[in-house]
Design a protein around this ligand. Structure first.
Ligand SMILES: Nc1ncnc2c1ncn2[C@@H]1O[C@H](COP(=O)(O)OP(=O)(O)O)[C@@H](O)[C@H]1O
Ligand SMILES: [Mg+2]
Length: 206
């Protein structure tokens, strides 16, 4: 009996953190044991790497930046995600490797072949069972995120965020069995219902 790995992806302000918590509640109500987590981060070591990536205004070389994300992701996968899945728990993660493809490859120009090498090295062939892409126009997401202090990524220009959105949608087009695109411009309850419908259908829950 192994658990399931469900990931949320999307730009800043799309509602990933909100919907990660909502989905965890929905699954828990159905009696599923859920681990709720996020990237970059999810363990003490990975959260330490997160600080390098999301705060300050360092200008990492893009491949270095991808390597830091995969260093954090390996810690997260080895110490938290794989053990949880092995014990039958379901893991819901706010971001996973699609964010590296969208931000570092589409956004910052890392070669997809290089990302594939890093991914294989860091996490082997682990893939989410389902990825919910919360899609929202860049300006709408930015407007929602205005109230909080800007992370290093949020401070980047609109061009990058437009490439990131395009990148996520391209991944969804390439892997339609794994990714479901959700219209994240709806109100939170409507987004949560859309997510629940996809999850229930995908895993045969009722
Ligand atoms: N569907 C929604 N409609 C309007 N506001 C939302 C919606 N979902 C989340 N928010 C609000 O927008 C902000 C960003 O949401 P959050 O879940 O933190 O997004 P993300 O984790 O994708 O950056 C928060 O203030 C949150 O309360
Ligand atoms: Mg968030």
């Amino acid at each position: 009996m192994t658990g399931r790995l469900i990931t949320f992806e999307g730009g800043d302000g799309a509602g990933k953190s909100t919907q990660t918590a909502r989905l965890a509640d929905y699954l828990a109500d159905l009696g599923v044991e859920v681990v709720c987590t996020r990237e970059p981060g999810g363990t003490a070591e990975a959260e330490a790497i997160r600080l390098l990536l999301v705060s300050g205004d360092r200008g990492w070389d893009p491949l270095t930046e991808a390597m830091l994300h995969f260093a954090a992701r390996r810690e997260h996968v080895e110490k938290r995600i794989r053990p949880a899945l092995a014990s039958g728990k379901w893991v819901v993660s706010d971001r996973f490797y699609d964010s590296t493809v969208a931000y570092q490859c589409y956004g910052q120009g890392v070669a997809p072949e290089d990302e594939a090498v890093l991914r294989r090295l860091a996490i082997g062939d682990l893939q989410p069972d389902l990825t919910l892409l919360l899609d929202i126009p860049v300006a709408v997401g930015r407007e929602r995120a205005l109230a909080r202090q800007k992370s290093r990524y949020e401070a980047m220009n609109d061009d990058l965020h437009l490439r990131v959105r395009t990148g996520f949608l391209e991944i969804a087009r390439r892997e339609p069995e794994r990714l479901a695109v959700i219209d994240a411009a709806q109100d939170p309850d409507s987004v949560a219902r859309a997510v629940q419908t996809v999850v229930a259908g995908r895993f045969g829950l009722s």
